[in-house]
Design a protein around this ligand. Structure first.
Ligand SMILES: [Zn+2]
Length: 310
């Protein structure tokens, strides 16, 4: 059962029925994009003003309880609609799109955003929404609602890491664990652990080990800070894990002239950096990108330390 066509139809219907979605998907046609060429790979910068509303919503939501949670089904109001996905999730249209077809996939239950018990759900979503990439932002690094389990999905083909991985650019396989290939990205600015495999249970077992090692490395008992992108293609799952050292770079907290309103999450990690403010879009340089990634990501050595302990 593939939900891709149903989900794509929902986006087109909601654009017509729902003013907010209609306006913002129309606005997406006018976003500006510039590309930084780093030789073997590139990074796209997208200026997307509507994401300010999304960030504002995110800040507001963090203080809200279940009765006000915008992801809880009982608080969904028409004309927003859902598609049920295997009883445990609802597929919604994201009204603040970065992709021309952008979904939010929310748990039916109001429960904390956490990946350890939801990893297999992410794989299921990737295989049953096969025209989309599925991504996960940890509760402390980019989740729009840290108190309500959710993923997001965007149409395939828009995040640079997809092509870079397919073309084996910068990515190097280092180990195989129970049939799961483990790769890292030594010259890609971001410390990334990539898993590929055809067995959901083997991938889950490998991910559990990585999760534990990231907890030890980061010295936390709770979920280690991470973002993830999962795709399914020709019966193989690819899962990119981006361990994080901090959520926001120092530039976020600078005074006006030196400030960048950038809160990196999965898509930024995948090479699509979103700036909600026009001034940041024009101001940001290749050196800033380097500096921001260096602050918020693991370095190559840290990633290898984690992989070698698996
Ligand atoms: Zn909720």
């Amino acid at each position: 059962m593939d939900f891709s066509e149903k989900a794509r139809a929902l986006v087109q219907e909601q654009i017509v029925e729902w003013d907010l979605a209609g306006r913002n998907y129309e606005g997406l046609r006018r976003v500006s994009v510039k590309t930084f060429d780093f030789g073997d790979y590139s990074i796209d910068i997208q200026y997307n003003p509507e994401r300010i509303s999304s960030s504002a919503l995110q800040n507001k939501v963090q203080s809200l309880e279940e009765h006000n949670c915008f992801m809880c089904e009982k608080n969904l109001t028409a004309p927003q609609r859902k598609i049920s996905f295997n009883e445990n999730f609802n597929i919604l249209v994201n009204p603040f799109p970065i992709f021309p077809e952008h979904l939010t996939i929310v748990g039916v239950q109001h429960q904390d955003q956490q990946i350890l018990n939801s990893f297999e759900s992410m794989l299921n979503l990737a295989s049953q929404l096969s025209k989309f990439v599925i991504y996960y932002n940890g509760p402390e690094c980019g989740a729009s609602a840290p108190k309500h389990l959710h993923f997001q999905a965007g149409l395939k083909g828009f995040i640079p890491i997809e092509n870079d991985f397919a073309n084996e650019i910068c990515c190097r396989e280092v180990r195989t664990i129970d049939g799961v290939k483990v790769s890292h990205w030594p010259e890609y600015q971001r410390g990334i652990i990539t898993l590929t495999g055809s067995s959901a249970s083997d991938l889950k077992a490998c991910f559990d080990k990585i999760y534990t090692q990231l907890q030890i490395f980061s010295n936390v008992n709770s979920e280690p800070m991470l973002n993830m992108i999962a795709v399914f293609d020709r019966k193989i799952w690819t899962v990119h894990i981006f361990p994080r050292s901090v959520y926001r770079p120092t530039q976020y907290f600078n005074a006006a002239n030196d400030q960048f309103l950038i809160s990196p999450a999965s898509l930024d990690m995948g090479g699509l950096i979103v700036t909600p403010r026009e001034e940041d879009f024009f101001k940001i340089t290749e050196e800033d990108v380097f500096d921001i990634f260096e602050q918020v990501c693991f370095d190559t050595q840290s990633v290898l330390t984690v992989i070698n302990k698996l």
